[in-house]
Design a protein around this ligand. Structure first.
Ligand code: ADP
Ligand code: MG
Length: 709
């Protein structure tokens, strides 16, 4: 059996409610819980500062500069008065030291401050200063009586904790939080249990938990703070990795798969005689990884990442042939009808000379054909079925489904994947293909349940797509350029953002654009197609087909063409209102060109008013065509929260580590977790006791492990 036994022989004092802490009454406890999610002493321990300020330095008022930096000053309040009327009123205090005077200003909470501030008493104030009409002022300063300041635990680096407006209004300042944490450390001094093993500590030269926690809240120096942060980050990432990897192990042991023992005639025949090009090294490498999975007794669950145009389709086809060689059937799912059609056509062409039966099943397949397909699936005469969601309808029954390939999986949920599994006693192997690259480190932590293969090389001879940013005022020269390319026999995409397919506003943009292009490119010299989500499926197919066959030169469309569409003769991509698109979408769209032998172009049309982020997105597109670099910028701009799958993983709730900045620590954590599990998958060895306990504790909290036995 493969299980973890929980040890719950001691009650953990860190589970104690914070209201038991000196200085935290029930009201404050309630506030901290609501505002910061802190309810136990353990939560408080793991409530880490955002940043640190050097408070070794004190300033004199006449030394202040207009730099907007945060400063610390000692002085006394010599007067206080209210300025302005009602809603516009503010409280202003005159604050003086032996060199001069300045103002302290409060726009909120005046009543409380007026009642509590002491005149003519020495305070340490801290905050950002502004210069206005030759007088310095500090809005909402942090203040502490000098006598208290001297008593409090002095640290060179002042931690700044995350806060909320409500906390500020209710008097729970950074100083207050610090004092509460200080009380916790007085009560707990030296009592924080070690959560890692000696082995790990020695290997990575880590300081003990006790010390790390102390230093992160009360750093004695930059150096000690760095050591503390390193230790806590590594620990945090280590436990996430341990969970993910163990999950994967459990799955592999639990979920047996069909063993594809041989690579047989179909594969070999195709490989030798009909492969239209030689595989890139990256394609070969990935194929090897897949073959290894298929030959093992566990179900394959592999994510194949490869930039647009990197050649994932052929990998899918070769994998399918291995399944067929072992007398299993194959399902290939695409997110849209257009894509399913395209896969079907490409695969039928590739396998034209092979004794393999391929069918297409989508929503628009006629009942008669559908019935035929159902029959042939059940009697095993149909080998490969390509389609959309229609494939997971209950009526679709395979005789012997052995492999499911899912293209562009971000359109397919996990639930849908699971639905396919149920169709067989032994689940089919799963190959998920995506052109949305995710930096490997992030993928490692997000897709714990999938193994990952990456095609990191484009087929030879591809020309870099030339990308330029143009503004609406330059539209005429863009039209001129389109005409030149069309004259050379090329085709052009013009894409409009349709954020919500139902939004009338965007729809109007598209139709206006279509009209103006139709005017600029009149018949009979030019033919223009239009494609959007509101059209009937048959009309869409017709318009798309007109473009694919070269009957129309321009395709005005929404992002329905985003994924996978392959028209090698189309070499110009014009993206309207490019600033409205996200980076990954822009990259996907650009990937529609550059598929043939001709030089391709991508023109990003934008308005002059661009946000800072939009500028970064657009300039990134102009500078690089590397999908992984683009993904990294995207991740930095948007954070991991918007990536698919991240919601289920721990990456969003990180307390101290940063998935992007700490990627090298993440790798270390990953390898460490792998080493431990390789030697001791059930964490039974005495040397891993600390790890087992911590792990069980995390489990108790998250419940992730509750159902494993
Ligand atoms: P994607 O990864 O975006 O799905 P495709 O599988 O559609 O990419 O391949 C893009 C194009 O590159 C296709 O026209 C395909 O025939 C071609 N291709 C794929 N692999 C190779 C290769 N090794 N050498 C040359 N051309 C290739
Ligand atoms: Mg593809």
């Amino acid at each position: 059996m493969f299980y973890i036994r929980y040890h719950n022989m001691y009650t953990n004092p860190l589970h104690t409610k914070i209201s038991y802490l000196k200085g935290v009454g029930p009201a404050r406890a309630d506030l901290l819980r609501k505002e910061l999610g802190i309810s136990t002493l353990g939560d408080l321990t793991n409530f880490f500062p955002n940043r640190y300020i050097d408070r070794t330095q004190f300033y004199k008022i006449n030394d202040l500069q207009d730099t907007q930096a945060e400063v610390q000053i000692v002085g006394k309040i010599t007067g206080i008065h209210t300025v302005g009327q009602k809603r516009d009123s503010r409280l202003v205090a005159t604050f003086s030291d032996d060199t001069g005077s300045m103002e302290l200003v409060w726009f909120r909470g005046a009543k409380w401050i007026k009642e509590n501030l002491k005149l003519q008493t020495s305070y340490v104030i801290f905050g950002r200063v502004n210069l206005f009409k030759n007088t310095f002022s500090m809005p909402h300063p942090e203040m502490e009586l000098v006598t208290d300041y001297k008593k409090s635990l002095q640290t060179a680096l002042q931690p700044v904790y995350p806060s909320t407006e409500t906390l500020g209004k209710r008097g729970v300042s950074n100083r207050v939080i610090q004092k509460i944490i200080q009380q916790l450390f007085i009560d707990f001094k030296g009592k924080f249990k070690e959560t890692l093993s000696d082995e790990i500590m020695q290997k990575h030269n880590l300081i003990p938990k006790n010390e790390a926690l102390f230093q992160v809240h009360f750093p004695q120096s930059q150096e000690q703070l760095a050591k503390a942060q390193f230790r806590l980050k590594l620990e945090e990432l280590f436990y996430i990795q341990l969970q993910l990897l163990r999950n994967n192990l459990v799955r592999k042991r639990k979920i047996k798969g069909n063993i594809f023992e041989k690579v047989g005639d179909l594969f070999n025949d195709f490989y030798k005689n009909y492969l239209p090009f030689s595989l890139t090294n990256a394609q070969k490498k990935v194929l090897k990884e897949i073959r290894k999975d298929l030959g093992s007794s566990a179900q394959m669950n592999r994510l194949l990442q490869g930039d647009v145009g990197s050649g994932k389709t052929i990998v899918a086809v070769l994998t399918a042939l291995i399944a067929l060689d072992n007398e299993y059937q194959v399902a290939i799912m695409a997110p849209t009808e257009i894509l399913a059609n395209q896969h079907y056509n490409a695969i039928v062409e590739l396998l034209a000379k092979m004794p393999v039966n391929v069918s297409l099943l989508t929503g628009s397949v006629k009942t008669r054909v559908r019935k035929e397909i159902h029959k042939n699936l059940e009697n095993g005469e149909l080998h490969i079925l390509i389609g959309t969601h229609a494939l997971i309808e209950d009526k679709v029954k395979f005789k012997n489904l052995g492999l499911v390939v899912i293209d562009e999986q971000h359109r397919f949920g996990v639930a849908q994947r699971a639905k396919m599994w149920k169709k067989n006693i032994l689940p089919p192997h799963i190959l998920v293909m995506t052109a949305t690259p995710i930096p490997r480190t992030l993928a490692m932590s997000v897709y714990g349940d999938l193994d990952i293969s990456i095609i990191d090389e484009l087929p030879p001879g591809r020309k870099e797509i030339k990308t330029a940013l143009r503004f609406d005022t330059q539209r005429l020269s863009v039209f001129k350029f389109m005409k030149e390319e069309i004259a050379k026999g090329r085709q052009v995409y013009v894409v409009y953002p349709l954020i919500e397919e139902s939004e009338a506003f965007d729809y109007k943009d598209l139709m206006d654009g279509y009209e103006s292009i139709s005017r600029e490119f009149p018949r009979p010299n030019y033919q223009v197609s239009i494609l959007h989500g509101k059209m009937k499926s048959a009309d869409k197919d017709y318009e798309m087909q007109q473009f694919v066959n070269g009957k129309t030169q321009i395709l005005v469309a929404t992002t329905v063409i985003e994924v996978g569409v392959n028209v090698p003769n189309a070499s110009v991509m014009i993206i309207e209102s490019a600033e409205k698109f996200g980076l990954s979408q822009l990259h996907q769209l650009r990937g529609r060109v550059g598929r043939g032998i001709d030089q391709s172009f991508c023109i990003l049309m934008a308005s002059h008013k661009l946000t800072h982020e939009a500028k970064i997105r657009l300039s990134t597109m102009v500078e690089t065509t590397d999908g992984f670099k683009i993904a990294e910028v995207d991740l930095k701009l948007r954070g991991p929260g918007n990536l698919m799958g991240t919601q289920q993983s721990g990456v969003l709730n990180l307390k101290i580590a940063d998935i992007i900045k700490d990627s090298s620590i993440l790798k270390m954590a990953r390898y460490t977790a792998q080493d431990i599990l390789r030697e001791d998958p059930n964490l039974k060895l005495p040397k891993n006791t600390n790890i087992l306990h911590t792990y069980a504790e995390i489990d108790r909290k998250t419940g992730v492990w509750a159902n494993i036995s």
